[in-house]
Design a binder for this molecule. Sequence first.
Ligand SMILES: [Zn+2]
Length: 319
Amino acid sequence: MLLSDFVGNIKVKNELNKGMKHQNLPHAIILEGDVGTGKKTLANIIAEYAVCSSKETKPCGQCSGCLKAQKHIHPDIFMADGNHSGELSIDSIRYIRSSAYIKANEAPNKVFILLNCEKMLVPAQNAFLKILEEPPENVMFLLTVSSAAALLQTIRSRTRILSLFPVSFDEAVKELQKRFPDKLSQEIHQAAYVGGGNIGSAIQQLENGGKEAMKLAQEIYAAIPLSKEYQLLILTNQLSQSRAFAVSVTDCLVEIASEAVKASVGAETNLEQAKDAAKRIPRSRLFKIQAKAQEARNVLNSNVNMNFFCTWLCAALKS
Ligand SMILES: [Zn+2]
């Protein structure tokens, strides 16, 4: 993937472009931003640049270094993820340190990509700082983190911090159309909208949001007539994982309620979940649930606190 294919974030791209052109990118870069803003994707693009052997524009996307980087099999690109147990522990950082001083196998540079560095504890950060204090030659460190503030000031002062932000609605739509050419325009627009400019979140919504959301909505309907508040709360709390997911689930709640109301008066519906809800819940209650689910959907358009929203939804569905 080329830097120009990376969506949005013009300021960051301009800075990287300039550095790549003059071959003077900083040896340590922190990419900060929310989950889904493209930190790992961008780290991979920079890594490809660092191992590209082209004498002209880098990354060329065609040399053996670039091709191996794209397939994630380059021997000079090392990746560790804070979300995987022990990968950013003090021992792992010490290993990185010793390996960083050994010359690259085949590329002009060696690259260490450290993901989710908010999981790196202070002793490990201090060990990493030692590498930055005496940086080995021809080595590049790319760190991703939700907020650079999670890292020691002494690390931040020795690195270039680049902040990634959500993209515009139009940029998101364009990117999603490129990645999902078979999806309906309506689905793409909906995902771009609920993703709020977060491409990762919109992709998740398009890939599996629908199915998972319907499953959870069905479980919520099964729990409503049982009047077990705790069970319902556990289910509604699952909506807090992301706003996009909460929107999908709430859409399903509205859809099931309106179809269940139809089914309760003997009208045809193809939605199995609605037929099931109509059997378990009295019609008068279904009307109330439909109104509350619609209200919940509207609330999600505002900047509501998600934990508060989940508790409120549980109380609204129960009453
Ligand atoms: Zn290349």
